[in-house]
Design a protein around this ligand. Structure first.
Ligand SMILES: Cc1ncc(COP(=O)(O)O)c(C=O)c1O
Length: 435
């Protein structure tokens, strides 16, 4: 058999294997989220492995191109997680190449305390001061009155996530950035496919990020991306991602600049190999072609995933309307059409028990729940242990309500009518027993 025929045979076997092992797999639980795939993703992984290249290569080029087209940005680069994407986006804005506008140690960066740790950690890791604003209940986005009050002489940037896929008030946030000359870092890890004023999230910030962890809208197993329309930021980000190198050859290529041994940079001798010249303070945050190959069939499935998430959200919302006394129901921000990551609920004062008791009951019924990430991040053990300096803009009253009383359930494509029925009957049973 020649190579092509062998590969076709392997693909046929993968399809059979998928049918046997995964196609009809029954689950008892109601998951919050998880990867959704078929034999195409398995074939993509095996194809990339059989190519023998493994590190970033041809699948990365295809995926980055398709991702750019989907989101509508001119530059996208894949990294190994959403957290790496946030770190890279932030460190890019700290580059000396940005002159006066670079974010520096001691500068303030506005964000919210009700969030995921790695939206906030890059601010701290760069020696900057996070300034926390409160959020609105129901939408879980930044309180704009507090945002305006948070600005100081030291403010350099705003770094915000579209929490659980619900876009923040983009118009108001962008206005504040323009008025005060601030960078906007848009953490779009939860919001792939969400729109604000009919434009996809991830296109509003100077730089934006995505996560491809299996819980998210599409997956590369582990992975993330940084997007921007700014060529200078893209060039800096790619360098920081790739060890800080000045050379911009793709992996496996040499001498793209045409003068590999003709540069004189820093205090290095003339002709020092461009491959080993570092003009940035870099990391290695790259991903592998084996992971990135999964993204190509995943991206093709994304429009269907987004529709399913919206459909599940609506079905749950309709069924929960009768319980508005007991839960603050989620709602989209004005002008937003979210590609929901989850269905957040906040217990009202009329809810009969403590949250932990209720979540324990749901876990026994095999209904998975998650909290709104770190709750109030300033109360997390590492904040105190490291004595992390921060400022609170006004108060974190709603953030504390979220920390104490909010949680979310799944709307991913793994949820269907049967799962929704299970959820509703479990909630009904609990309320009946405890009211
Ligand atoms: C808003 C937000 N930002 C960043 C991340 C980090 O992404 P990753 O898990 O890919 O590192 C997450 C993870 O769920 C997230 O929800």
């Amino acid at each position: 058999m020649d190579e092509h025929s062998l590969r076709e045979e392997i693909k046929r076997l993968i399809r059979d294997y998928y049918e046997l092992r995964f196609a009809d797999a029954k689950r008892e639980d109601v998951p919050v989220s998880g990867k959704v795939f078929d034999s195409e993703e398995l074939s993509a992984i095996v194809d990339a492995a059989l190519d023998g290249h493994w590190t970033e290569g041809k699948y990365s080029l295809i995926f980055e191109q398709k991702l750019k087209e989907f989101i509508g940005v001119s530059h996208a680069m894949v990294v190994n997680s959403g957290s790496s994407a946030n770190l890279l986006a932030f460190m890019t804005l700290c580059s000396y190449q940005l002159g006066e506008r670079r974010i520096q140690k001691g500068d303030e960066v506005i964000t919210v305390a009700a969030g995921f740790p790695t939206t906030i950690n890059p601010i701290i890791q760069a020696g900057c001061i996070p300034v926390f604003c409160d959020i609105n209940l129901g939408t879980y986005d930044i309180n704009i009155v507090h945002l305006n009050k948070a600005i100081s002489r030291k403010t350099k940037a705003i770094m915000l996530a579209h929490t659980l896929g619900n876009p923040f008030n983009v118009d108001a946030v962008v206005d504040v950035c323009k008025k005060h000359g601030l960078w906007l870092i848009e953490d779009n890890c939860d919001g792939l496919g969400s729109t604000y004023a009919e434009k996809l999230t991830g296109t509003f910030g100077d730089i934006s990020t995505i996560s491809f962890y299996p819980a998210h809208h599409i997956t590369l197993a582990e992975g993330g991306a940084v997007c921007t329309n700014n060529p200078k930021l893209s060039k800096i980000a790619r360098s920081i991602r790739d060890w800080g190198r000045d050379c911009y050859c793709k992996t496996g290529r040499d001498n793209t600049c045409g003068k590999r041994f003709g540069h004189r940079l820093g205090d290095l001798p003339e002709g020092y190999d461009h491959k080993y010249i570092y003009s940035e303070l870099g990391y290695n945050l790259k991903n592998t072609d084996i992971n990135i190959a999964i993204g190509i069939p995943q991206l093709a499935k994304l429009p269907g995933f987004i529709e399913k998430r919206k459909e599940n959200f609506k079905a749950l919302h309709d069924r929960f309307a009768k319980w508005e006394k007991y839960f603050i129901l989620p709602k989209a921000t004005e002008q937003a059409d979210p590609s929901w990551f989850g269905f957040p609920l906040t217990l009202t004062e009329r809810f009969p028990t403590k949250r932990a008791e209720f979540l324990r009951f749901l876990a026994e019924k095999k209904i998975a729940t998650r909290l709104l990430f770190g709750g109030n991040i300033t109360k997390q053990p590492y904040f105190k242990a490291y004595g992390i300096p921060y400022r609170v803009a006004e108060s974190l009253a709603n953030t504390d309500i979220v920390m104490n009383n909010a949680f979310w359930i799944g709307v991913s494509p793994l949820t269907g009518a049967a799962e929704i029925e299970k959820v509703i009957s479990a909630f009904e049973e609990y309320l009946k027993e405890n009211l």
